[in-house]
Design a protein around this ligand. Structure first.
Ligand code: 5BU
Length: 275
């Protein structure tokens, strides 16, 4: 009987995956002792670079919304890549693809952002069905990229629940070479398996909606603590945005301290889970 994934160390779990991005994420987490991803949702590229440079020592991953950058040009990508080599972390572009296979393949590879060329990881809504995975895999698999499916969302009234979530997991199970995990609030082990043998199955769970102070915002976001996500719900990576950069993207000292604090909270919750 294999140990369930959430009781294994991140380093051990890198052996559960064939996808190179999944392995690299888990090895980076183990090396840096961090299960923190910072979501840097700022609109100026200079702020983006300054915040990443400040928080990078504390993260395994930086999550971007590259389409909100107002002064984007492709030299930004070279600067982002320089930071990821300097500080040893991966990029997750939170693009939330949701169209037919042919269209998402074009959106993923082309346009001004050329996401597949630099983002190790991206994500997709399962709403179009398995064809969305096929479209994205046609671009991402040859590059060794990974995909997350949105099995659940952190917002009040989310429709991604119940049968929808189960179907997302079944879709992922059929494409394990490329789908390496979920955006979800809890573990998905065995969800929707209906008697099928899923022992040995491992998917990463990345959880947004994390805050140490606030319980939510005025637009439906809901926050839980790192401990609630990692220890109680078995999440692997906490995704933190405003809890770290607050309302002032220029307050770099405060941002650095907050990143350190969330990293410590996330790692302590993981060690508690292993124990
Ligand atoms: P916050 O500032 O920590 O609330 O930012 C959360 C980030 O995670 C933000 O970029 C959202 O787009 C993203 N997110 C989320 O909050 N909830 C979800 O269910 C998903 C993504 Br999927």
């Amino acid at each position: 009987m294999l140990a369930p994934p959430h009781t294994q160390s991140y380093g051990e779990r890198s052996l559960n995956f064939t996808n190179p991005t999944a392995k690299l994420i888990l090895e980076t987490m183990e090396r840096k002792k961090s299960n923190l991803a910072v979501s840097v949702d700022v609109t100026d590229k200079h702020d983006l670079l300054a915040i990443i440079d400040a928080v990078a020592p504390y993260v395994c991953m930086i999550k971007t919304h590259i389409d909100i950058i107002e002064n984007f040009d492709f030299s930004l990508i070279e600067q982002l890549q320089h930071l990821s080599h300097k500080h040893d972390f991966l990029y997750f572009e939170d693009r939330k693809f949701a169209d037919i296979g042919n269209t998402v393949a074009l959106q993923y590879s082309g346009g001004v952002h050329k996401i597949a060329s630099w983002a190790h990881l991206t994500n997709a809504h399962p709403v179009p069905g398995p064809s969305i995975i096929m479209g994205l895999a046609s671009v991402g698999l040859p590059l060794g990229r990974g995909l997350l499916l949105l099995a659940e969302m952190s917002t009040k009234g989310s429709l991604a629940v119940g049968e929808y979530t189960e179907e997302a997991v079944r879709m992922a199970r059929r494409h394990r070479d490329f789908v390496i995990g979920f955006i979800a609030q809890t573990r998905m082990d065995g969800v929707g398996a209906a008697g099928d043998d899923v022992s040995g199955e491992d998917f990463l769970v990345l959880t947004p909606g994390i805050g140490l102070e606030s319980k939510g915002d005025s637009m439906g976001q809901q926050y839980r603590t790192p401990r609630e996500a990692v220890y109680e719900s078995g999440s692997d990576i906490i995704i933190v945005g405003r809890g770290i950069y607050g309302t002032d993207p220029k307050a770099i000292d405060t941002i650095t301290r907050q990143a350190e604090r969330y990293m410590a909270a996330g790692w302590a919750a993981y060690l508690e889970r292993l124990a």
